[in-house]
Design a protein around this ligand. Structure first.
Ligand code: LLP
Length: 419
C-alpha cells in the first residue's frame, strides 16, 4: 500500500492516524490523501512528458469538488459525461478549454450548456448527435470543435460490465462508418469535426488491444489527412488498469506512452488522455465499523455499518477490495469469513476471505483502494444517507462532503395528501 500504512500499529495516511479521525467523524466515511492524488497525477504526467497531452481526468471516478480543485491546481483538465459533471468541473476551477464531453446520450440542453461555455471538445457518439450539435451551434452562431468517438470493435480484456470498445457495446460510431463521416461533412457548417476519440474499456492491463486500436486509428488518420480533412485532436481515452489484488498486474504506462508516440504524429496533434481510476483508486479508503459478528454453522459473517450503497464495486463487478483493521493486529489467528453490509440484498458482500483477522464487534476496518468509483457511485438505497468524505493533507484533514441528514435524503420527495 502506497498511501495508507501502519505506523505504531495504527493505519495512517500522511501524518494522520485514521482511528483518530474516526473519533471525530462518524463511520462509515471515505478518507482520501491529498498527496496520493497529486502523486498519481504527476506520475502520469511524467510518463507522458514527451507527448505533453491534455490530461482530462475522468471526473466520474471521483468528482468531489475539492478533489477536482486539487487536480486542477496540478494541471488537470476534465473528461465529463453529464452537465452535472461539467458544472462541477467549472465550479472547481477547471478551464473550459481543458474540458472534453463524452457520453452516448447528451441532451440538447447539455450540449447547449457545453457550447455556451466554450469547452474544448464534444465527443459525438452518433450521427444523430452530430446533427444536434450542429443545429445548436448554428442557433448560437458559433463553430464547435467536435471529435468523433469511434467504436473500433476492439475490446480490452476486462470485466464485461466495463468494456466499451466492442461492436456489441453501445459506445461510439462503428469504425466502418467513420471515414465517410470525415470526408463528407460539408453540410455540418457549425461544427469542426477534426477530432478522433476512443475509449475501449476500463481496468485494462494488457497493451495488445491498444496496439490494435492505435494501428487502425493511425491508418484512418493518414487516409483522412490525405484528403485534406486534417485531424487536429486525438483523444485516446483512459482505462489504464491498476493492481487491486497486489499481484503485480501494473499497467505498463511507460510502454504505452512510447506506443502512442510511435503510432501517431503526436507533434502535430493535440493528444488528450482521460484517466480516471489510475489517478484516484489508491487515494482513498472507506472506513467502517464492525456492528455484529455471527455464525451460520461453520460460516462466520462480519457485519459492517457500510454496504453496497456506499461501495458498489464488489456487488456489481466482483470488485476486489482488500480490508484491513485500523489497529494492526498481532493476533496470528485467522478466520474464514464473509464481510457483509446491512443492505437487504444477498450481493451486499464486501469481501470474502479464508484468512481474515479475528476482529471483534466495534472494531474499525478500512476498505482499501476505494478512491475510484466508490463515493461517486454510492446511493441512498435502503434510505441510507450519503456519507462523509474527508481529505487528509499532511497533518490535518478537512471534511470535503458532509454526511447527508435524513431530511436532506428525502428533501425532493413529495407526499401527496389523498384523503
Ligand atoms: N473516458 C471515458 C469515455 C469513459 O467512459 C471512462 C470510464 C473513462 C474515460 C475513465 O476510465 P478509467 O481510466 O477510470 O478506467 N464503475 C466501473 C468503471 C466504469 C468506467 C466507465 N468509463 C468500476 O468501478 O470499475
Amino acid at each position: 500500500m502506497k498511501y495508507f500504512n501502519y505506523k505504531d500499529e495504527n493505519l495512517t495516511s500522511e501524518n494522520m492516524s485514521i482511528a483518530d479521525i474516526a473519533t471525530e467523524v462518524q463511520t462509515p466515511f471515505y478518507c482520501y490523501s491529498a498527496n496520493a492524488f497529486k502523486n498519481n497525477f504527476n506520475a502520469l504526467k511524467n510518463a507522458f512528458k514527451e507527448i505533453n497531452p491534455k490530461i482530462c481526468y475522468a471526473t466520474k471516478s471521483n468528482s468531489n469538488l475539492s478533489i477536482l480543485n486539487l487536480l486542477q491546481k496540478e494541471g488537470a483538465g476534465a473528461d465529463v459525461v453529464s452537465v452535472g459533471e461539467l458544472k462541477k468541473s467549472l465550479i472547481a476551477g477547471i478551464m473550459p478549454h481543458d474540458i472534453v464531453f463524452s457520453g452516448v446520450g447528451k441532451t440538447s440542453d447539455e450540449i447547449e450548456f457545453a457550447i455556451i461555455n466554450k469547452i474544448f471538445q464534444i465527443n459525438a457518439e452518433s450521427t444523430s448527435e452530430l446533427n444536434t450539435i450542429n443545429k445548436i451551434a448554428q442557433k448560437l452562431g458559433t463553430l464547435q470543435q467536435v471529435g468523433i468517438r469511434i467504436n473500433p470493435d476492439v475490446t480490452g480484456k476486462t470485466h464485461e460490465n466495463i468494456s466499451t470498445g466492442g461492436i456489441g457495446d453501445k459506445f461510439g460510431i462503428p469504425f466502418s462508418e467513420v471515414k465517410n463521416l470525415f470526408l463528407n461533412n460539408e453540410h455540418f457548417e457549425n461544427i469542426d469535426i477534426s477530432g478522433i476519440a476512443f475509449h475501449i474499456g476500463s481496468q485494462i492491463h494488457d497493451i495488445e488491444p491498444f496496439k490494435k486500436v492505435f494501428q487502425k486509428t493511425g491508418e484512418l488518420i493518414k487516409e483522412i489527412n490525405k484528403n485534406k480533412q486534417i485531424i487536429k485532436v486525438l483523444d485516446i481515452g483512459g482505462g489504464f488498469g491498476v493492481d487491486y489484488e497486489n499481484n503485480q498486474k501494473e499497467f505498463p504506462i511507460e510502454e504505452y506512452a512510447e506506443l502512442v508516440k510511435n503510432s501517431f504524429d503526436t507533434k502535430n496533434l493535440t493528444v488528450v488522455i482521460e484517466p480516471g481510476r489510475s489517478i484516484s483508486w489508491d487515494t482513498g479508503i472507506l472506513v467502517t465499523k464492525v456492528l455484529y459478528i455471527k455464525k451460520h454453522g461453520e460460516k462466520k459473517f462480519i457485519i459492517t455499518d457500510c454496504g453496497m450503497n456506499d461501495l458498489m464495486r464488489p456487488a456489481l463487478y466482483d470488485g476486489y477490495h482488500k480490508i484491513l483493521p485500523l489497529a494492526e493486529t498481532k493476533n496470528t489467528e485467522k478466520i474464514s469469513t464473509d464481510i457483509v453490509g446491512p443492505i437487504c440484498e444477498s450481493t451486499d458482500r464486501l469481501f470474502s476471505s479464508n484468512e481474515f483477522y479475528d476482529v471483534k464487534e466495534g472494531d474499525l476496518l478500512a476498505i482499501l483502494n476505494s478512491g475510484a468509483y466508490g463515493s461517486s457511485m454510492s446511493s441512498n438505497y435502503n434510505v441510507r444517507p450519503l456519507v462523509d468524505e474527508i481529505l487528509i493533507d499532511k497533518d490535518n484533514y478537512n471534511i470535503i462532503r458532509n454526511r447527508q441528514s435524513f431530511e436532506e435524503s428525502i428533501a425532493q420527495e413529495i407526499k401527496i395528501n389523498k384523503n
